[in-house]
Design a protein around this ligand. Structure first.
Ligand SMILES: C[S@@+](CC[C@H](N)C(=O)[O-])C[C@H]1O[C@@H](n2cnc3c(N)ncnc32)[C@H](O)[C@@H]1O
Length: 337
């Protein structure tokens, strides 16, 4: 279900950048309607000759690499979503839903779930609306052209997620208080987010990128009585994905083949720089599980605990192993009953 008529254009530069990406990537969506994520993928190792730029923009020319990327993007989502028993919950919210892929998959896999998604991109809103209608899920899956940092969410949720969304949002205090206000007491939030390790906020409004310091992040969460309950560092894996020694050459060739892509050059250079900054340890790419802190809340102590979690993450490999062994235990329990 869609909320209102799609505006022609957005005046907001961040939303405009998301619009542009979706317009460029829209062409090949016709063939890949089942899965389309607008995020990086965790690679255990660098893959020789792999160019995320060419895979994002020309997937048809790189079918094997596209499959590999999708496989890793799905692996990361399975891990993130393992924090939740979807059979036991009702309301799900995606705070920045991109092309609506995760919402549609959840709606298809769990027939009782009600899933809402926010996006600031009119182009994405239009595309999500179309995909939801095509999937026949409009009674339970909705998309809204709204700002997650400002516009109250439609209802209280059991599960809220945001994959590569929060670091695009400057108003983190607004975002976290909206999250806290609409999370049920037993609810869970999972975020894939990029934080600064430098002790200060790395703010790049022209790029729509706002990676704040771990100290600042912990305090903002503490102020809204939100507690980090697990933290996984996948910086190295994302840096492996973004590693491309031929980036500028690939960009030039892409621009020559498809001049429309020139409008995204600065954004794509920004992605390349994310890989470099991750490698150098200036920023971290983290998977976070967040819950409501138990009352009564000592904000200073909560802030301290949050920072401790952010500073002592487990590795992606460890998190995958834990997930696999928990799954094996559940499966063997199910088979024995
Ligand atoms: C990098 S894309 C990720 C999309 C999606 N999470 C996925 O996994 O494919 C970032 C998304 O965040 C959304 N976004 C950015 N700022 C937002 C805000 N303030 N409120 C709602 N959505 C926002 C964009 O519209 C876009 O859909």
């Amino acid at each position: 279900m869609a909320e209102k008529e799609t505006p022609e254009k957005t005046g907001d530069p961040v939303a405009g950048a998301h619009d542009l990406t979706s317009s460029l990537y829209f062409g090949h969506l016709k063939d890949t309607l089942t899965a389309q994520y607008l995020t990086f993928a965790p690679f255990a190792e660098r893959v020789g000759g792999f160019s995320w730029l060419l895979v994002f923009t020309e997937p048809d020319r790189h079918p094997d690499e596209t499959k590999l990327m999708l496989k890793r993007q799905e692996e990361m989502r399975r891990l993130l979503f393992s924090a939740v028993d979807f059979e036991a919950i009702e309301h799900v919210l995606d705070i920045g839903c991109g092309h609506g892929t995760a919402l549609i998959q959840l709606g298809e896999n769990f027939h009782h779930l009600k899933c809402d998604g926010y996006t600031v991109s009119p182009r994405q809103y239009e595309l999500c609306t179309k995909r939801i209608l095509e999937s026949g899920l409009e009674e339970r899956v909705r998309v809204f052209l709204r700002d997650s940092a400002q516009d109250p969410f439609p209802q209280s949720c059991d599960f809220i997620f945001g994959i590569e969304v929060a670091h695009h949002i400057e108003n983190k205090a607004g975002l976290f208080s909206n999250l806290a206000d609409h999370l049920k007491n037993s609810g869970v939030i999972v975020l894939a987010d990029v934080l600064s390790n430098t002790g200060f906020d790395l703010l790049q409004p022209e790029k729509g990128s706002f990676s704040i310091a771990k100290e600042h992040y912990s305090r903002l969460l503490g102020d809204t009585k939100l507690e980090v309950t697990s933290c996984t560092d996948i910086s190295q894996e994302i840096a492996n994905f973004l590693y491309d020694p031929d980036f500028e050459k690939n960009l030039l060739e892409l621009n020559r083949r498809n001049p429309d892509t020139c409008s995204l050059n600065e954004m794509h250079r920004g992605f390349n720089n994310v890989g470099i900054a991750l490698n150098r340890g200036f920023i971290s790419y983290l998977l976070l599980t967040i819950r409501k802190a138990q009352e009564p809340v000592d904000t200073a102590l909560l802030t301290e605990l949050n920072l401790k979690h952010l500073n002592s993450p487990i590795s992606y490999r460890e998190a995958l192993d834990l997930f696999e062994s928990a799954k094996a235990t559940t499966d063997s329990f199910r088979n024995s009953t």
